[in-house]
Write a protein that binds this ligand. Structure first.
Ligand code: NI
Length: 153
């Protein structure tokens, strides 16, 4: 863990009140941790924007009765090669399947792949979450052995 330093922030009273309300609702114990998370989120957004290596999960809900859709989904994953690390499939009901595809690669490549899959007829929902190990984010929670929480991007 890197050295902690203190900093002061000036902001409008109303804005601070709203912030406190939000972070209380989200379960933060104090402002510092909430502000640190916002900063990490902004840094992660920059990593994603600059097309650096990231990991991504694409969550899909699709109707497997739509002709050729299952084949197209399998093909697109084969075509992506080493970018796809794993995929999990759950049969939700008679019609719908849930699939989570875990990918690793440049953010733009993962986004392109996700866009292609989402555009397929029969894919009802496709949500992509990009993140990274956090090693590039200074002051990452991974540096704290006592609070090894999973981060959501
Ligand atoms: Ni299924």
């Amino acid at each position: 863990m890197s050295q902690l330093t203190r900093t002061g922030v000036s902001l409008e009273e109303d804005l601070l009140k709203e912030f406190d309300r939000l972070i209380t609702k989200r379960g933060y114990q104090n402002r510092s941790e909430a502000i640190r998370d916002l900063i990490r989120e902004a840094l992660l957004a920059e990593i994603v924007d600059s097309n650096k290596p990231v990991v991504g999960t694409l969550t899909l809900v699709y109707d497997h009765h739509v002709p050729n859709l299952s084949e197209k989904l399998t093909e697109s994953q084969h075509a992506a090669g080493a970018m796809v690390l794993a995929a999990t499939h759950v049969h939700l009901d008679h019609h719908y399947c849930l699939e989570v595809i875990i990918m690793k690669g440049r953010s733009k490549d993962i986004q392109t792949m996700a866009d292609r899959i989402r555009a397929l007829r029969g894919v009802e929902l496709g949500k992509l979450v990009l993140t990274n190990s956090g090693k590039e984010l200074k002051g990452s929670k991974h540096a704290h052995p006592h609070s090894h929480q999973e981060r959501t991007a």
